[in-house]
Ligand binder design. Sequence first.
Ligand code: B16
Ligand code: MG
Length: 228
Amino acid sequence: MKAVIFDLDGVITDTAEYHFLAWKRLADQLNISFDRDFNERLKGISRSESLDMILVHGHVSAQYSEDAKQDLMNEKNRYYQQLIQTLTPDNLLPGIRQLLSELKHQQIKLALASASRNAPTILECLKIMDDFHTIVDPETLANGKPDPEIFLTAAKQLSVSPTDCIGIEDAEAGIASIKSAGMFAVGVGNKQSMAAADLIVGETSDLSFTLLDNGMKQWREKRNKIES
Ligand code: B16
Ligand code: MG
């Protein structure tokens, strides 16, 4: 293990609730029903794809031009930015501070592969910006998760081979992205939704350097056996 590439929402902090509140406020204005179950489907999905899914769900896609959709996205983002202003280091998910310290101590490189354009602001609020060697800018990517581009770009920015990287995600689209990048995939969540991951933990507090290191070693041994 030479590098760990983190997703943000659902792994480092729980901003899904803020995305939910901001999308809900917009959906209410548009008279589209929107609940927490639907919000689950938006995890790891970009802002524009999320809006498209909400408009399709409300059967109103045809009513909005590209300019009108941009206005709606800006409005949602304004609500969201108001909400994330309240984030502090107390909003780090359990065990993440400890994990970042352990990885730093072991000289493992750290990258962030989040679909969120607000990621740098969030890392500043959580006071962990300096822990990361690099952050992928999602605006520079052609394809979002589940495409491997975001995780491959993170590995490239770190100058580490993808097979020496671990990716940690909480969304199915994110696990698919890590796997197609050829990396060891760690899923945070339940066994059903994280079924495609190489290692599953129920909570972020279960994550540790030892768990990741041992998990990756076993994964490598299994792969080597299959190949020989
Ligand atoms: P923004 P992640 C994702 O973060 C969220 O899970 C997803 O709900 C959101 O739409 C996306 O970021 C874009 O966020 O509107 O702030 O650019 O899980 O990839 O860290
Ligand atoms: Mg996530």
